[in-house]
Design a protein around this ligand. Structure first.
Ligand code: TTP
Ligand code: MG
Length: 368
């Protein structure tokens, strides 16, 4: 009898991969300037060689040895490691590399979910039948990313998204960790609760106050108590401490879109009026986007001329964002082909390829 396919038999037990680039922005910088390989490299906003007023976005593993980390003021990073190479954030470059990496990863996936600029979940097709094959598959993924994008990543493999995510961070950089269902407890229980995604500083402190530091202690805590203290998160924490995660890997894009249109009082060819109208439509779309807690990838322009002929044009950016300036910029680019002698009757602005915003994305897209 052929071995049962864990991916087909029970969707909750699909072998899941989480891939996370190592020191992403810094690795891309080092790839661009191989002379920096092996050096402490700090990438941040306004670095000015270490005397700027910005914040560290990320740093190479060499810089981490000095205690430098993301979100630290550049000035502090400089105190810890004055010999580091300080570089500004070149988001355009990273977004391009990210798109290439995601393309590579998609090629390995039957189900795919990008979660930030440098990480994604994937579920392979039925050719990966067990955890041994999954380990080989993970090595192939790492190899392909290195060949195609010139940077390293760490891969976690587990019976669900939670375990894959924790596993990918377990042996960074250039790591690979496979957690089989029978090893879940041995893997999770000794960890500090802060290793569980969603348990931040505050919750860690609150748990400490209850005498809970390790995942094992959390798993033994009375669920009622956790619910009283943390509400819904309490139950979720208890499940996660036991390695349970019912979330599916899925592209969170939806068919939904948000758009606004406006008809001019009088048909016009005046670019000032047209731009003005598009800007306020963009702001209205953006307001709706924010209140729905969505990010977008595609921006669409609609124009209708005085003879009612109507055109739409779209542009898609490589990662989800909520940035109003990206909407305005793309709309202007899309409009340029239509400006000329004809008069406009109506213009419209839309965004699509929406997905819900999560905490991480907020941080990443703020750079765009
Ligand atoms: P991470 O994957 O959290 O970090 P990393 O890839 O730099 O390092 P690691 O090897 O630990 O995965 O974030 C991805 C990128 O997001 C990172 O390269 C820079 C950016 N980022 C910020 O700009 N600010 C931040 O506070 C964090 C955490 C990340
Ligand atoms: Mg990373």
């Amino acid at each position: 009898m052929p071995a049962p396919d864990p991916n087909k038999s029970d969707p909750k037990k699909r072998i899941t991969f989480h891939v996370d680039m190592d020191s992403f922005f810094a690795s891309v910088e080092v790839r661009e300037r191989p002379e920096l390989k092996g050096l402490p490299v700090v990438v941040g906003s306004d670095p000015k060689g270490g005397v700027g007023r910005g914040v560290v976005s990320t740093c190479s593993y060499e810089a981490r040895e000095y205690g430098v980390h993301s979100a630290m003021p550049i000035s502090k990073a400089y105190k810890l490691c004055p010999e580091a190479v300080f570089l500004p954030v070149n988001m355009k470059l990273y977004v391009g590399v990210s798109a290439g990496v995601m393309e590579v990863l998609r090629g390995f996936a039957e189900k795919f979910q990008q979660v930030s600029v440098d990480e994604a979940y994937l579920v392979p097709g039925p050719e990966v039948r067990d955890f041994e094959e999954a380990a080989l598959y993970a090595l192939r993924i790492k190899d392909e990313v290195r060949k195609q994008a010139g940077i390293t990543c760490s891969v976690g493999v587990g019976p669900n998204k939670l375990l894959a995510k924790i596993a990918s961070g377990f042996q960074k950089p250039d790591g690979m960790t496979v957690v089989r269902p029978e090893d879940v407890r041995d893997f999770l229980f000794p960890m500090q609760v802060s290793k569980i995604p969603g348990i931040g500083e505050k919750t860690t402190e609150a748990l400490k106050g209850m005498g809970i530091s390790t995942v094992e202690e959390l798993s033994n805590c009375n669920v009622q108590l956790l619910k009283e203290k943390f509400g819904k998160l309490g139950l979720r924490m208890k499940q996660m401490a036991n390695g349970l995660d019912f979330g599916e890997v899925r592209e969170k894009e939806s068919v939904k879109s948000i758009s606004r249109h406006g008809t001019f009082e009088e048909d016009t060819g005046d670019p000032v009026k047209i731009f003005g109208s598009l800007d306020s439509l963009a702001e209205a779309v953006h307001g709706s986007l924010l209140s729905n807690n969505f990010l977008y990838r595609t921006v669409t322009l609609t124009v209708r001329f005085e003879d009612f002929s109507t055109y739409t044009r779209s542009k898609t950016v490589p990662i989800w964002t909520s940035d109003i300036f990206v909407i305005k910029r793309l709309i202007r680019q899309l409009l340029s082909e239509f400006l000329g002698s004809r008069k406009f009757r109506l213009v419209g602005v839309g965004v699509s390829k929406l997905r819900e915003r999560d905490e991480r994305q907020t941080m990443i897209t703020d750079f765009l």
